[in-house]
Design a protein around this ligand. Structure first.
Ligand SMILES: NC(=O)c1ccc[n+]([C@@H]2O[C@H](COP(=O)([O-])OP(=O)(O)OC[C@H]3O[C@@H](n4cnc5c(N)ncnc54)[C@H](O)[C@@H]3O)[C@@H](O)[C@H]2O)c1
Length: 380
């Protein structure tokens, strides 16, 4: 494994891969020589590089993990594919749907294993819910709703590259966390979002940007700042339609006090409902009309056989974000180790096509909002 971009999430890629036990952490590339060396040392990688091309050229690196800021996703992934390396890209796959489309084609030509880390798929109770829905336990899904709220951008002194369209893309909240919600809604139900109607807002239109760089979720006060105008949304509400005729709605916000990483998804079907909340991820709620509602605890002896491989501890022993992330790596590296070509991948693994789809949904929501909120078809 070689990691490009060791800020907030990059080290979690290393941790998850290291847990597999059969993968060497060969190298880390940083934005310059000193940071590459220092991060390689901290993460226990054999080598540190000052630029990603050197890492990609390293013959010992077979799998490139791209955890750079969004604006580098296309160029890093494209360069890795050109050298025939497997690629694990963090989301979003690229800054735009057009760029992601190109990566889909480049990946197909390269014939390697490629994946996007829509990591909530790796949670055992998400897998249980997916099996239950597929089996018809809740009947036909007709309403899929929820939210993904965070508060780390609540103050005007909070700043991130995610707010700069040149580095984060045309969207902040929708691209960063709305993409996770949409991917999860589609994954759990096996449905596709076809149309959206969006309403977006920039709650904090001017922020104090620190002079000098900082990594995501870094909260300590910094010295000098510049006032900058923010053009991307930090809040949005979206109506959605699915390909089976189901309706849905979700809200995203990075400015919602008290909500840390609060992803909630509920699927209402013709018989019952099922709901999962990331911050209480060891519980799955089933809602019934004619009998008492149920809470299923994450317990390998109680969950579906399909979901059981994603739970590693007995009931009552909490599993969490990093465990789900690690489950994803197990599925991805399982394909790489088995020498499987471009397809097939286990359903937990979001493909580059799924990454493209996520970009297309965000772009459709932004287009809808720009027009004042009109139903907009998601590009295929
Ligand atoms: N799957 C998830 O749940 C999840 C969570 C967080 C972030 N992410 C995604 O991961 C990516 C990184 O986000 P983050 O929160 O870790 O950001 P971050 O700012 O904390 O980290 C980015 C790192 O990339 C490094 N970097 C910048 N330019 C580089 C270059 N040219 N070569 C090598 N490294 C370079 C930076 O120095 C920094 O260490 C984003 O695309 C984000 O959307 C996904």
């Amino acid at each position: 494994m070689g990691l490009v971009g060791a800020g907030f999430v990059g080290p979690h890629h290393v941790d998850a891969v290291r847990r597999l036990g059969y993968v060497d952490i060969v190298a880390v590339a940083g934005s310059n020589e000193a940071s590459g060396q220092q991060k390689a040392q901290t993460l226990g990688a054999k080598r540190g590089y000052g630029n990603y091309l050197a890492l990609i050229d390293d013959p010992e690196v077979q799998v490139v993990h791209n955890a750079t800021p969004n604006y580098l996703h296309y160029e890093v992934t494209s360069a890795a594919l050109a050298k025939g390396k497997h690629v694990v890209s963090d989301k979003p796959l690229a800054m735009t749907a057009a760029e992601s489309r190109k990566l889909v084609d480049e990946a197909r030509r390269a014939g390697v294993v490629t994946a996007v880390t829509f990591n909530y798929r790796g949670n055992p109770l998400v897998q249980h819910a997916r099996s239950a829905i597929a089996r018809g336990d809740i009947g036909t899904p007709y309403f899929i709703h929820g939210y993904y709220l965070q508060d780390w951008l609540l103050k005007d002194t909070d700043y991130s590259w995610r707010l700069d369209p040149e580095r984060g893309g045309a969207s902040s909240a929708l691209g960063d966390i709305g993409s996770h919600w949409c991917d999860l809604a589609q994954h759990m139900t096996d449905l596709t979002i076809t149309h959206v109607l969006g309403d977006t807002a920039t709650v904090i239109p001017t922020r104090k940007k620190p002079r000098g760089s900082r990594e995501a979720f870094q909260t300590e006060r910094v010295g000098q700042t510049d006032d900058v105008a923010i053009t991307v949304e930090d809040l949005a509400s979206v109506l959605v339609r699915f390909d089976n005729g189901a309706k849905g709605s979700f809200s995203v916000g990075q400015v919602c006090g008290g909500h840390k990483n609060d992803l909630v998804i509920e699927v209402c079907g013709s018989n019952a409902s099922v709901a999962w909340r990331q911050e209480h991820q060891n519980e799955l709620w089933f809602g019934h009309r004619d009998r008492a509602n149920e809470i299923l605890q994450k317990d390998p002896s109680l969950i579906d056989a399909d979901a059981r491989p994603y739970a590693h501890l007995p009931g009552g022993h909490q599993e969490a974000w990093a465990d789900a992330f690690s489950n994803l790596m197990r599925d991805i590296y399982g394909c790489i180790a088995a020498g499987k070509p471009y397809r097939p991948l286990p359903p937990t693994v979001a493909t580059f096509e799924d990454g493209y789809r996520a970009n297309a949904i965000v772009e459709a929501v932004l287009a809808s909002a720009r027009l004042g909120g009109v139903w907009t078809e998601v590009a295929r």
